[in-house]
Design a protein around this ligand. Structure first.
Ligand SMILES: [Zn+2]
Length: 151
């Protein structure tokens, strides 16, 4: 199960990275225009080419409409690449150590006792740790996601 979860996460990150790279890691901007005789129209454009529209969206409730456009533009390919890098860094920190569980979450080995008797306590962390399980929940709608991974 452990190897499957990490492989599953890496595959999803690879997919997201490929998608963002195919769009050259573009940064997107958004705007709303409202002609005098028609409904507002939203535009999402590449920051490097504001006239090359990525999407044109019909209008609606002005406040909710702008929130939706802003949200779409915020999740642009540039952010997608940053998101993949951050998730990979988290996954690298929370890697599996066979004796201790999660490398980041384990407390390590401590000694307790007196001069005549010392006991060692090994604080192992569960694996996969909750952090890795939470990372996977982003993809819980994927057909390969397993409910047993849910934190
Ligand atoms: Zn961990």
């Amino acid at each position: 199960m452990t190897a499957d979860l990490v492989a599953f996460l890496r595959a999803r990150l690879d997919e997201a990275e490929r998608e963002a790279q195919r769009l050259d890691g573009e940064e997107w901007t958004w705007s709303v225009s409202k002609p005098w005789d028609g409904p507002a129209t939203g535009h999402i454009s590449a920051a490097a080419d504001p006239y090359g529209r990525i999407a044109v969206l019909p209008g609606g409730d002005a406040a909710k409409y702008e929130d939706r456009i802003r949200h779409i533009a915020r999740y642009d390919p540039a952010r997608g690449l940053r998101d993949v890098a951050a998730r990979r860094a988290i996954l690298a920190e929370h890697r599996h150590l066979p004796m201790d569980g999660c490398a980041q979450c384990a407390d390590g080995v401590r000694s307790i006792g007196t001069a005549s008797r010392v006991e060692w306590i090994v604080n192992r962390a569960e694996w996969p740790c909750p952090t890795v399980r939470h990372l996977a929940t982003v993809y819980d709608d994927h057909p390969d996601y397993q409910e047993a991974w849910r934190p």
